[in-house]
Each structure stands twice: as C-alpha cells, then as structure tokens.
Write a protein that binds this ligand. Structure first.
Ligand SMILES: [Zn+2]
Length: 347
C-alpha cells in the first residue's frame, strides 16, 4: 500500500513533485558548538508512488554503503522516477567522523531503535531518524558491511516471516538471501514494526571500498526500484542472466577453539564439506602447536575474518547452508564472474 503524500516535507523543508533536494538534517551541536548535520537527498518524482529509503553507515565505519548511495544518486534512471527516493549516505555521522562503528557514547546505533526523545545520544539519534525519515517511507533498504577485519560475500538479510520482503529480496539479486531474525533495537526491526518492509544488504568489509560489493549494491537497489515500479528499464539493462538468489535457511560461525595466529585456507563463496574441508590452521608464533580447523556443518563461506590474530571463541568463518548446495556454489561463481567481467569492461 502506497501512502498518498501531497505535502512531502522533512524537518519543515518541503519537496515538490519533480524536485530533487538536498537537506541537512539538524542533529544539534558538538561540544565545540559546531552544528552537526546529516546530509540527505530526496528525489521526488512527478508521479506519486512508493517512498523508498536507502540508508547507509548506521555503523559509522561501514563505507561501501556510502559509495553505493553516491553512485545511485548519479544514475541516469533516477531522472524519471515514480514515487520518492530518500537517500541517506551517513546515518551515524558521529561514528563516521571518528571512523568508528559506534557513537561517541559507546553505543551501537543499530541496537538503539526506535529510540526515545529523552534517551541517550544514540537513542535520540535513532528517535529523530525514525520520526523525521523512516516514518515517511513505504520501503527501506539499509546498507551494511562486515565489521572491522571481517568481510562478507554480498548478501541480503530478511526475516522471511515477513511475506512482503521476499519479492524485494529476490529482485535485489545478491547471490545469497539469508533468513535472519529481526535484531532487537535494529533499524530493520523498528521499521518493520512501523509497517515498512526493510531489506538489509551486507557486503564487503568495514573501512574499505569493495568494488564488487558496491556495484552489486547499486544494481540491487535499482532492481528493487524497478520491482516497485519506481523506475522503468529493460530487464537486460540490469543483468539479464543473473541467477536467482538462493535462500539460506541457516548459517553457522566456525569459532576459534583457542587463541592463536590463524592461517585461513578458504575464500568467500567456497564450498565446505563438514569435517573434511580445511578451514585453516591456528598456531602459536613458533609454530610448535598447530591445530587444524574444520567445520561441523556443510555449506558455503559467506563471511571471513581477515585479521589473523584471534582470541579463543572468535568467529573465523561464516558458513551458510542451502538445500541445493551445488547450485548455490555455481550461482555464486557465476555472480562473481559476471561482476569481474563488468569491472573489466566498464573500468
Ligand atoms: Zn553494520
């Protein structure tokens, strides 16, 4: 259901049909008295339609989404859209400035939704974002990367109990859809409670740009917009031969049985046979004691630790299980090949 909005305004700034406007959302001030703002851009089509929110850097050190939003805003398809796109490249501006996942009060913004007007710094920012932005949207896509020193294969996370999100998740076209429960305090949970179907896109690593993750993100959002009827365009212009995303029903973290230096033996997208495929070796600095690591489930690697220094219990490798395992591996391979071919052709 598309809400009809005649007078579309954010923090008192109205955006007329056919208008593109940058708005600096007022966030109060720093202790230097410097005013703090969150830059956003709104594209309102002449025709009314869905109102899609695309947000990034709720975790302030997750940069791929910031670049995805920048490229999306330059895309020619946005010239004639139906409905409205609200693009927010940096939600956690404080964390972004500090190159940190968290807010200066140490809180995780994505555990602070829906927030409250008189709450903590994180709670207030979450509240303002919900009231001023999320409440206007009919659909949302929230962009993330792996945490620091962790990289993720491009994947869309949705709660499949919400029937409305599956067609959007499929339209996005990431190689993997992960059925993931709503996390308490996350933007996704708060938005879904408001009746806004929300996709979470996870790809690449914190504090890095990952070209495959960025391209797959831009194209995924455009495909969702096409699915929602916001943009037109031939199917061929956005990957005609893209395989259907396979849905992982469960996922599992291989954790370090002891502290040590980890030499990883697997790559993203690799197939893992339980108790057989070597995940890597965990050793002491002199190499006297080395332990070979295996997984207790079969699946495909969708996330990896990049830093070789690990404490006991640390997550080394994220494995997703599929009912059609070989198909999943083949699809991921096809996706990766297509993305690299595209990078080579287009530069
Ligand atoms: Zn994140």
């Amino acid at each position: 259901m598309v809400r009809k909005v005649d007078n579309f305004a954010i923090q008192g700034v109205s955006i007329a049909p056919g208008e593109v406007k940058r708005i600096d959302i007022q966030l109060g001030q720093l202790y230097t008295q410097t005013p703090m703002t969150m830059p956003i851009q709104v594209h309102r089509g002449r025709q009314s339609g869905p109102i899609l929110l695309v947000s990034a850097a709720i975790h302030g050190d997750e940069l791929n989404g910031v670049e995805i939003v920048r490229r999306l805003l330059k895309h020619r398809s946005l010239k004639h859209i139906k409905g409205t796109l609200i693009a927010v490249p940096i939600v956690n501006v404080h964390g972004f400035i500090n190159q940190s996942r968290y807010l200066p009060d140490g809180r995780d913004l994505n555990r602070s939704f829906p927030g409250s007007e008189r709450g903590s710094l994180a709670g207030r920012l979450a509240y303002l974002f919900m009231q001023d932005i999320v409440a206007l949207a009919t659909h949302a896509i929230d962009l993330h990367t792996g945490a620091r020193h962790r990289t993720n294969l491009p994947q869309v996370r949705v709660d499949l109990a919400q029937a409305t999100v599956l067609p959007l998740a499929k339209a996005f076209g990431a190689p993997v859809i992960l059925d993931s429960n709503l996390r308490d305090g996350s933007l996704r949970e708060a938005a879904v409670k408001l009746g806004v179907p929300t996709l979470l896109y996870e790809a690449g690593e914190a504090l890095r740009f990952d070209e495959v993750a960025i391209r797959a993100g831009v194209q995924g959002i455009l495909r969702v917009m096409r699915q929602l009827g916001m943009i037109r365009g031939r199917a061929s212009s956005l990957h005609k031969a893209l395989p259907d995303s396979l849905i992982a029903r469960s996922s599992y973290w291989v954790r370090a049985p002891q502290g040590g230096i980890f030499r990883c033996a697997v790559t993203l997208g690799q197939k893992i046979d339980k108790h057989q495929t070597l995940i890597g070796e965990l050793a002491d600095p002199l190499g006297d004691q080395a332990e070979k690591i295996y997984a207790s489930v079969s699946g495909v690697v969708i996330g990896l630790l990049e830093l070789p220094l690990v404490h006991e219990g640390e997550a080394l490798c994220h494995i997703a299980s599929f009912s059609e395992m070989d198909q999943a591996v083949a699809d991921i391979e096809q996706f990766t090949e297509q993305m690299y071919a595209q990078i080579e052709q287009q530069g």
